[in-house]
Design a binder for this molecule. Sequence first.
Ligand code: ZN
Ligand code: ZN
Length: 343
Amino acid sequence: MSGHEVDAFIVTSSANRYYLSGFSGSAGTVVIGHGEALLFVDFRYTEQACEQAPDFEVILYRDELWTAVANRLSAAGYKKVGFESKQVTFASHVEMQKKIAASLVPIADLPEKQRAVKDKREIDRLKRGAGELDGAYEYILGYTRPGMTEKDVALELETYLRRRGAEKAAFPYIVASGLRGAMPHGVASDKLISEGELVTIDFGALYNRYATDMTRTFALGSTSRKQRQVYDLVNEARLKAAEGIKPGMTGREADALARSHLEKAGYGDYFGHGLGHGVGLETHELPLLSPRSEAVLEEGMIVTIEPGVYIPGWGGVRLEDMALITSNGLELLTESPLGLIII
Ligand code: ZN
Ligand code: ZN
């Protein structure tokens, strides 16, 4: 905050609100000022807020949020107040400007940058969640048969994870079989899965509010030479990244470890997304591992490593693991087999 020269910072997004205060309700506004931490809630949440955010002064507002916030900000004499420029809607900003006398300063990624480095409690939660994905993958390999739809597989996977204690799916699951494998974000469809196809599944769930994210590609019945070649290439690119990533590197350098391997083999144009992303309270968070990311990787960050090759009119392969950046490299949190499995 001092770097942005603001007297206070307003937080409205749910992930940042929870991260800073511990309050898990679906509505509430955090204001961090000089030596004070405020949490504005309506009557539905007063009790919960007091219980979950003992370090905050909980303020119940009865009529209108921004009037209550504005009164408190002027009472403290704050002149410049930051807000989350990527989270606040245009309509909210108009309201804030009407009510708040201080000048409003747009700030991006302030708590998000702190969230990128996980503490021990967060690492424990993410490790536990990631471990559940391995069991789910093993289960779904035993379940999947030719003739099922991609949606059948997605539903079964989500049900399995929720029965085992997940709060909910972290995102709509990707089950992309055959030609649909060429779509990196091919959400499960009504397409029937057939013999001889590669199937890419990308899934994850929330455990204690923390997201998990993993991808595997497997084959049904038999494989062609090209399917095996592309699979091995992606797996090698993954290994280059897993072995080469160290703290102190930038997201761009990490991405290049895998990308250069695919480029050398002539498949660079088929890897159109970044190598990975942070995972935590949100499935996609900082840091980014991509050709444009200058973020410096630090010990305690949890990221995905997910190279892929997507060939239009043919299909695709992606392998994604969650990993903790340690003092000397990476510790994988998902441990499902990485060789090509044929079921
Ligand atoms: Zn994923
Ligand atoms: Zn991912």
